[in-house]
Design a protein around this ligand. Structure first.
Ligand code: C2E
Ligand code: MG
Ligand code: MG
Ligand code: MG
Length: 293
């Protein structure tokens, strides 16, 4: 009887697994179709110089207008399942193509020093043909490498690190900049700060979200800002949701910020409109900053 119960248990278990697996496969084929049907699009979230309030760049974020669910879906719903297979490379290529197209216009309209940041998956960074393909695209779009920045996470440099580091080096030598994204949430973080191809650290929004109420998060953010400065790296705080966080970060001389409080992700044209309207001067008019701890 015991054996029988165990057996039916494992049958149910494998049925559930089978179902989850089938769902995953179905989602992947929907994503592939979505790429073919042009259901993906980009939004751009501005990044600001926290000292002056000036917009200095923007990050491309992928969106899926899903006609079946009849809503816009966020990357959390489709990037992780794509990252398990080479599907992520197809997605990344699409994103880079769209981002470079937008970027040329953004740079023309906003200014020659405007930086366009694109998230690059670990698998894609390891791909052999990536640098050559990118150089071709940059030339085709007439975009300077100095206007392009890739955001990578630590995981990109852990798996099959040799191929990744080789590409990183070639792309960086050509003038493309790299940021370490989601800093503090991965493994072996400090290790990668020593890599000379990386010139910017993005503090994960996990640390920013309760920065005012959590003494420990305050200590982490303060230290990472200082560490970046010592290493000569730029530092961006992600996920800024209120003015107190802005004040805190400015008091600690965090150079850059990004978050819903400053600006939400928006279309390329809205971004251009925003840049023209100079809507961010009010950030700099905040008077005193808390300078406790
Ligand atoms: P990420 O690169 O860390 O991007 C920042 C995420 O934080 C974005 O979420 C953005 O909308 C969100 N965010 C920005 N400010 C705030 C804020 O103040 N509060 C809160 N709660 N969230 C904020 P999104 O667009 O859902 O993207 C999630 C992740 O998906 C990204 O994290 C990135 O790792 C990945 N991703 C997005 N687009 C792409 C892409 O084109 N290619 C690849 N490979 N990954 C992408
Ligand atoms: Mg990012
Ligand atoms: Mg991030
Ligand atoms: Mg993140």
């Amino acid at each position: 009887r015991e054996a029988k119960r165990t057996q039916s248990h494992s049958v149910r278990y494998s049925q559930a697994l089978g179902e989850a697996y089938r769902e995953k496969l179905a989602l992947r084929s929907r994503i592939e179709a979505a790429l073919e049907n042009g259901e993906f699009f980009l939004e751009w979230q501005p990044q600001f110089d926290l000292a002056t309030g000036r917009m200095v760049g923007a990050e491309a974020l992928l969106r899926w207008r899903d006609p079946v669910l009849n809503k816009v879906r966020l990357p959390g719903e489709f990037i992780p399942v794509s990252e398990e297979t080479n599907l992520i490379i197809l997605i990344d290529r699409y994103v880079i193509g769209e981002a470079l197209k937008d970027a040329r216009q953004l740079v023309q309209e906003i200014g020659p020093r405007f930086e366009c940041a694109v998230n690059l998956s670990a698998k894609h960074l390891q791909e052999q043909g990536l640098p050559d393909r990118l150089f071709e695209s940059l030339a085709a779009f007439g975009l300077s490498p100095s206007n392009l920045r890739f955001e990578i996470t630590e995981s990109a440099l852990i798996h099959d690190a040799r191929a990744a580091f080789g590409n990183l080096d070639r792309l960086n030598k050509a003038g493309i900049k790299f940021s370490l994204d989601d800093f503090g949430t991965g493994y072996a973080s400090l290790n990668f700060l020593v890599n000379s191809c990386i010139d910017q650290v993005k503090i994960d929004r996990f640390f920013i979200s309760d920065v005012l109420t959590s003494e420990r998060k305050r200590a982490v953010v303060t230290s990472v800002v200082e560490l970046s400065a010592r290493l000569g790296l730029d530092c961006v705080a992600e996920g800024i949701e209120d003015q107190q966080q802005v004040d805190f970060l400015r008091a600690r001389q965090c150079p850059r910020g990004q978050g819903f409080h400053l600006a939400k992700p928006m279309s390329r044209d809205d971004l251009i409109g925003l840049a023209r309207s100079g809507a961010f001067a009010d950030l700099t008019t905040v008077g005193e900053f808390a300078s406790d701890d």
